[in-house]
Structures are given as C-alpha cells and as structure tokens.
Design a protein around this ligand. Sequence first.
Ligand code: SAM
Length: 260
Amino acid sequence: MIPRLYVTVDLKPGTRFAAEERAAHYLKNVMRRTPGDPLILFNTRDGEFNATIADVSKKSVEIEVTDLRRPQSSVPDVWLCFAPLKKDAVDFLVEKATELGVAAFQPVFTKHTASTRLNLERLEANAIEAAEQTERLTLPQIRAPLSLAELIQGWDPTRRIILCAEAGPVLPIGEALSGLKQDVRQTNAWGILCGPEGGFARSELDLLSKLPFVTPVGLGPRILRADTAALAALAVFQSILGDGAERPPAPLLPIGQSPA
Ligand code: SAM
C-alpha cells in the first residue's frame, strides 16, 4: 500500500522537504518506510504528486517530489450544516461526509441540540485522514459553530439550503433535487441542513420552510438518526446535483505492476 499524505508545502517536481511531525511519525514509526519507498502527496492547491522517501534519520524524514499524478480538482460546493451530535457520531459523520465529497462542515446549534461541545481540531484531523484515504484532492473546511438564528441571519441567499425535514410539507428528496436541477437560475452553491438527535422544533421547521432559499425534503417513511439522514441526503445530492457520475482514479498499482 503506497502511503497517501496531505502536506502543507508547495509541491512541484524536484521539491525536497522534511515531512511535518504527523507525517514523519506515520512514515517512520507506523509504516516503517525506508529511503526509496514511494509516496503520494497532495496539498489541496497544486494537485497530486508521486514522491519518494529520500532519507530517514532520528530527527526527520526527507521527502523528494518526483512527478505530477493528477492535476488539482475540486468537489461540488455543498456544505453540510449539522447539529452537533455525541462525540462518536460526529467523528463518524465527518469521516463519511468527507468521503462523500462535502466541501464544508457548518455546525449549527438548534433548540434540541444535545451536545454543545465540539472539538474542531479533532474534526479537522478526522477530515484530513478521511481525505487521504478517499483520494480526494481537497479538504473540507470546518467552519465555526453558529446558532440557527445566526446561520440564517448571515446566510448568502444564493446558496440554496436543502432542509431535511422530518415533519411538515416536503417533496421526496429525489423529486425535489431533480426539480432544482432543471431550474437554470440555480447557482452551484448548496447547503444540506439536518437536525439533532432530538429533531428540529416545529417552530424551527416552520420558520425555515418559509425562507425563499430553503427547499424542505423528505428522506422516506422512517425516522433516520441525524448522522444517517445527513449522509443519505449528501449521497442523493451527489448523485443528482453533484459529482456522482464521475469515476474514481485508476487503482494505485504497486511499482512495476501493469494493469491486467
Ligand atoms: N424527533 C425525531 C427523534 O427524536 O428521533 C427525529 C429526529 S432525527 C433523529 C434527526 C434529523 O434527521 C431530523 O431533524 C431531520 O433533519 C433528519 N431526518 C430524519 N429522518 C428524516 C426523514 N424521514 N425525512 C427527512 N429528514 C429526516
């Protein structure tokens, strides 16, 4: 398995640099890599590069960039606005939504939000690990938490909100998003808004559903857990309005092996 790592340095063929602490520890102590071993790097700006380990010493791991594998690309501009859940559920949500190509996480405190504590640094670390594994070339932004009122007050009305509404009048999400796809006035900026374990307050759903930039959608007859609902909505979004039609990069072949 060729390690794929997010780095912050500028990347171009011939660049040589000392790996940051996280990467150096992973390469030296976890993966026990040695000079000459291959790596894959991305930095969310310059694209994805092949690289090799140039030197491993007590103090550092030196990396040399060899050539460009894939030019930089982006993900659809879709934010996941979610009410913070219990720790494990948030970690799971961030990992899976990163795999599903979310562009940003926007924590929102609603009336029934259970946990108000969020460790944004841990969420960022989870997102980096998931982005490395899922072979995306970008990292989702982790935005500072807002109350629902602050979110709506400061919302850019050209970014349409897809509201996962467990009650009240809705269209089934597939029908709603297919309709939005036909509407040429749509910008390409989106938000998916999901409630907490305790659900939205009825007053919140009523207020949100009246906003011109909000489309309330249903996710079927069952009440989904908040993380399930967010991921289900994101998956449907990507298949109808996002990049669901695209294909993953060619599988990483070990050096010297040609495709069958
Ligand atoms: N009040 C219920 C409860 O206590 O279980 C429902 C809350 S549900 C766990 C959390 C969120 O997931 C909801 O606020 C809503 O955003 C979304 N959700 C769950 N099931 C849904 C469905 N069938 N249709 C639309 N949204 C749903």
